[in-house]
Design a protein around this ligand. Structure first.
Ligand SMILES: O=c1nc[nH]c2c1ncn2[C@H]1C[C@H](O)[C@@H](COP(=O)(O)OP(=O)(O)OP(=O)(O)O)O1
Ligand SMILES: [Mg+2]
Length: 204
């Protein structure tokens, strides 16, 4: 069994990876281990793009474990906010602006920022970049990318998922991402698309 570190501290992401990887990775004799289980200290996300941050996270996990690593950097781009919060999605709200931090605070700040924006102008998309590195000095990281179009709701909806899912309306499904099963979300989402590309490449 060869080991692969998942370089993320986000429990919601880990659940989605575990679900899609379960069958495929068992077949390939790869064991997926979260970086927390290996006591990896989280990387500082100092990049200016999703791909840079994903590389920083994967390299950090490789360096601390000596194992190959997979990292996900993702976020929400809102058109009415000129693409914000983007790569800063996890750090959008803070104590300084009175919202505090974390998913609920981020969602509250987003609703406030869009208070005067009508439905048709509330278009947005999730972006995900996945990076796989064999070791910390890997000169050819594998990069996979997905995006998912939707609209920002005016009231949170649904109880599943994580992050901005309660505010992300998925037109094809007629509901929020937080109302989708993990399996359905993986069929459609930015992360699901990137993981499926990775699985296709690795099976080739
Ligand atoms: O499917 C999603 N459904 C809802 N929200 C999502 C999704 N995908 C990303 N997001 C949001 C969560 C977080 O606010 C930011 C990711 O930030 P990002 O730095 O990549 O992840 P993180 O800090 O939560 O964990 P880690 O860096 O350890 O992987 O975008
Ligand atoms: Mg992060």
């Amino acid at each position: 069994m060869s080991k692969l570190v998942l370089a993320s501290g986000n429990a919601g992401k880990l659940r989605e990876f575990a679900s899609l990887f379960a069958t495929h990775f068992a077949e390939q004799n790869i064991e997926l281990i979260s970086q927390k289980e290996l006591s990896v200290e989280e990387a500082e996300e100092t990049g200016l793009s999703f791909v840079e941050n994903a590389i920083l996270k994967a390299r950090n996990a490789c360096a601390q474990t000596g194992l190959p690593a997979l990292a996900d950097d993702s976020g929400l781009e809102v058109d009415a906010l000129q693409g914000a919060p983007g790569i800063y999605s996890a750090r959008y709200a803070s104590a300084d602006d009175g919202f505090g931090s974390g998913d609920a605070a981020n969602n509250a700040k987003l609703l406030a920022a869009l208070a005067d924006v009508p439905e048709a102008a509330r278009t947005a998309r999730f972006q995900c970049v996945l990076v796989y590195m064999r070791h910390a000095a890997d000169p050819t990281p594998q990069v996979f990318q997905g995006s998912w179009e939707g609209r920002i709701l005016t009231v949170p909806e649904g109880t599943d998922g994580f992050g901005y899912d309660p505010l992300f309306f998925v037109p094809s499904e007629g509901c929020a991402a937080a109302s989708l099963s993990k399996e359905r979300k993986n069929q459609l989402s930015h992360r699901g698309q990137a993981i499926q590309q990775l699985l296709a490449r690795w099976q080739a």
